[in-house]
Ligand binder design. Sequence first.
Ligand SMILES: Nc1ncnc2c1ncn2[C@@H]1O[C@H](COP(=O)(O)OP(=O)(O)O)[C@@H](O)[C@H]1O
Ligand SMILES: [Mg+2]
Length: 365
Amino acid sequence: MLFKTLSAAVYGIDANLIEVEVDYSGVVSNEEHFHTVGLPDAAVRESRDRVRAAIKNSGYLIPPTFITINLAPADLKKEGSGFDLPIAVGILGAYGALRNDDLGKFMMLGELGLDGSVRPIPGVLPVAILAREKAIPNLILPAANAAEAAVVEGVNVYPVTTLLDVLDLLNSAVMGVIQREPFRIATGEILGRLEQFSVDFCDVRGQQTAKRALEVAAAGSHNILMIGPPGSGKTMLAKRLPSILAPLTFQEALETTRIHSVAGVLNGDGLVTQRPFRSPHHTISDAGLIGGGIVPRPGEVSLAHNGLLFLDELPEFPRNVLEVMRQPLEDHTVTIARASMSLSFPARFMLAAAMNPCPCGYLYC
Ligand SMILES: Nc1ncnc2c1ncn2[C@@H]1O[C@H](COP(=O)(O)OP(=O)(O)O)[C@@H](O)[C@H]1O
Ligand SMILES: [Mg+2]
C-alpha cells in the first residue's frame, strides 16, 4: 500500500516541496523494518525511532512489516526533524487510519516527541510562502510555529499539538476543507504597536557632535565608525542607535522574519517588528559572520538584514573575518558555496563600528 503526504525542506531562505511516500509490504518476522531513502541526514534517519514511539504512544500499533519511506525529489539532501509528522501521518494513512486518502491539499511539518506531541521547527515562514505559490491551501504546523506562518496571507494555518490532533483534523476534512477555524494573526496591528526599547537615544548626555553624526547616519542608512578613548560612550551610543531608526515596513519585516525563521531565532510574535540589532563578539568566525554549514545557514550579516550590525572593538576582529564583509557591504547579498549547493542570503544592513584610536586607547588625550 502506497500513501503520499506533502512536506517541505528549506534551502537558504526558500522552501522546496517534498513528497513523502510511504510504502509497506510483506510480513517480516519478529521486528518491523523501516527504511528512509532520498538523501536523509542523521536527524531525518533518526526520525524512524521518534515516529515509531509516537505512533505507539498515540494508541496505534504498526504490524511488523517492511516500511519504505522515500523523500522525493530523491537527489536533494534532507535535513532536520520536520519530516517526523508527514512520515507518521503517511504510515498511519498507509495502514488505513485516515478516512481521507488524498492529502494533496495539505502540507505538514513538525517534529514528534516520543509521546506523540508535536514540537516546533525552524524555517516555517518560507514553507508558508511555498504553500501559497503551489496553491496548497492548508498548512498543518506545530502550535508554536503558527504565528510565524500565519503572517502569509492566502494559506490556512492549522496549529496542532499532538499526532492525534492531526489525525482528528484530517479526518474532519470534507473535500479537502477542514472543519476548523484556521489560525489568524493581525499583522498590521503587530507592526503598528508602539515600539519599546530597553535603552533609548535620549539617555545620552551631551555629545552633540556624535549624536548629530549618528542621526545623519541613521536617516540615510550610512555606515559609521566611532573612534574614541575608552569610556567615551561609543558602545553606549551604538546600542541606542536602533531607537532612532525608521520603523520597518511590512515588506521589510517579512524579509527579515524569513531569515530569522530559517535561522530559528524568532521569538513567539510571528513577525520581526523592530529593526534587528546584531552585535557579534570579535571572536566570531567568518562562517559565523556571513553564514555557513553543510546546508548553509544565515550568518550575522543576514540576521542584521534591514537593521544594524555593530562591530565593537573593530581592530580586534581577525582580518579574514573583516575581509568577508566586502561582498555583503557592496552587493547587499552573500553567496555561500558548499559542495552540495550554493545559496544566496540577503544582507542589506547598516554597519556601525567602534574602536579605540590606539592599543592603550588614549592617543591624543
Ligand atoms: N554622553 C554620555 N551620556 C551618558 N552616559 C555616558 C556618556 N558617555 C559615557 N557614558 C557612560 O559611560 C559608560 C561607558 O561608556 P562606553 O560606551 O562603554 O564607552 P566606550 O565603549 O567608548 O569605551 C556608559 O555605560 C555610560 O554609562
Ligand atoms: Mg566600548
